[in-house]
Design a protein around this ligand. Structure first.
Ligand code: SF4
Length: 432
């Protein structure tokens, strides 16, 4: 096994020794990944993809031709200022500091901003937020919950190490039982790992039924196929000391699964330690700092995304209206500034978008030359050479640990230079 020489500029890191590194590949932001060599793999396929990109691919380009970074920043600032409407997106593969600069840039260009989080494309997102959930951090689930319920979700594909890190370890002074509710079992069924097959369109009804049983209220409506499941679930809940209910983004577009589950968890929490763990982003979102992007946007603009015009003086929140997907689908933006790795959903939309758009991509990877009118601003590797913090979806701050030096500027510096250039160009245009 090689050292972490990889493609770094000086190629001299951690010779022959295992090192613990931080992975930003998904929102688990694992800070316990140990490897001697990135090239030989980390044991997590999503992490290997996150580390696989090399900044050697990140040359700066303008409309398909190579350019210096300075020239690319110049042209990018001009196109941003000439755009009718810009969308700032991406964001989740980079640090909190960089997202703050991205917000400043969105404000300076009166752009829309949305990190492409799934909840921003659900119409009821504000309701789901207002209802207020009882949550805990992942380690609390690991250390305290003697009953873990997977509610219509299977985290194994999008969050590959979730089971290994937070379910397999035994909680303090107890064994752990799991229940998976959904089409397939999350863990091999056994006396400790139960599985109830429930179709997705009945998850809301099941939550309401269990809720009614927990509160000893009449259900009001007959759910014959769910009642036995609800009885068994309620028994398991009664027997548990501490309950963690895990859910992920579902394909349902109403937000009602999350809403009904939140109400159930709140009622359980009045009786005994209970909390929800909500995993939001898909593995192909581009990176793991989804919570960071939502939080920075919320502090600055009052909402986590789907912001039609970025303004710290007051922005609207238009979920399912001003989210990145809708804005691109409806051709409501003629310029897209992608900060960090390109999320696959955005890439797909750009491919099928009927009208040409200016696409400006600041990243350590680039797949833009195929688009006309595109500018790539190359930066240091986001996975290997970037310093800063990301925010895990349970609110824990995770500090990146770069292990490869880079000759290229950080994404933060490139974005800062672009912001400065915009200020100069704005000033120049406004001077008679
Ligand atoms: S589970 Fe996610 S954060 Fe953890 S190593 Fe895999 S990709 Fe990285």
């Amino acid at each position: 096994m090689n050292s972490l020489k990889d493609n770094s500029a000086d190629g001299s890191f951690y010779e022959g020794r295992s090192k613990q590194i931080v992975c930003g590949g998904c929102e688990l932001l694992c800070d316990d990944v140990t490897t001697q060599s990135i090239e030989s793999g980390t044991g997590c396929a999503v992490a290997d993809n996150w580390f696989a990109h090399s900044e050697l691919q990140s040359e700066s380009m303008i409309d398909g031709r190579n350019a210096s970074l300075t020239e690319a920043i110049d042209i990018a600032s001009q196109r941003l200022l000439s755009a009718r409407r810009t969308l700032v997106t991406g964001l989740v593969s980079t640090t909190l500091d960089t997202i703050q600069i991205a917000c400043a840039l969105a404000e300076c260009t009166h752009a829309s901003i949305d990190a492409n989080a799934s909840e921003n494309s659900i119409l009821t997102a504000p309701t789901a937020i207002r209802v207020g959930g009882v949550t805990a951090d992942f380690e609390e689930l690991r250390d305290r919950a003697d009953l873990a319920v997977f509610w219509g979700c299977d985290p194994r594909a999008d969050f590959p190490r979730f089971i290994e890190r937070f379910i397999q370890p035994v909680p303090h002074d107890a064994s752990r039982r799991t229940i998976s509710i959904g089409p397939t079992p999350v863990l091999l069924p056994s006396s400790h790992n139960l599985h109830f097959s429930v179709p997705e369109d009945q998850l809301v009804s099941l939550a309401r039924l269990v809720h009614a049983q927990v509160k000893k209220k009449p259900t009001g409506k007959s759910f014959s196929n769910l009642e036995n499941i609800a009885v068994q679930l309620t028994k398991s809940i009664d027997a548990a000391r501490c309950i963690g209910i895990i859910s992920t983004k579902t394909v349902e577009q109403t937000g009602l699964v999350g809403w009904s589950l939140t109400h159930l968890i709140r009622s359980l929490a009045h009786r005994k330690p209970s909390f929800g763990i909500r995993l939001n982003a898909e593995a192909d979102a581009g990176g793991g700092n989804c919570a960071g992007a939502s939080t920075v946007c919320t502090w600055r603009f009052g909402s986590p995304g789907a912001i039609p015009v970025a303004s710290s003086a007051g922005s609207e929140f238009l979920p399912a209206e001003a989210d990145a997907q809708r804005l691109i689908e409806r051709d409501e933006v003629d310029c897209i500034l992608i900060i960090g790795r390109l999320p696959s959903r955005i890439e797909d939309l750009l491919t099928i978008s009927p009208k040409p758009k200016t696409v400006i991509h600041i990243s350590d990877t680039s797949s833009l030359p195929k688009y006309e009118n595109s500018i790539c601003l190359g930066c240091a590797s986001l996975s290997r050479s970037t310093e800063g913090d990301m925010l895990r979806s349970d609110g824990r701050l995770i500090t990146l640990q770069p292990f490869a030096k880079s000759q290229k500027p950080s994404i933060q510096k490139v974005l800062n230079d672009l912001l400065n250039k915009l200020a100069v160009e704005t000033q120049r245009r406004s001077t008679p």
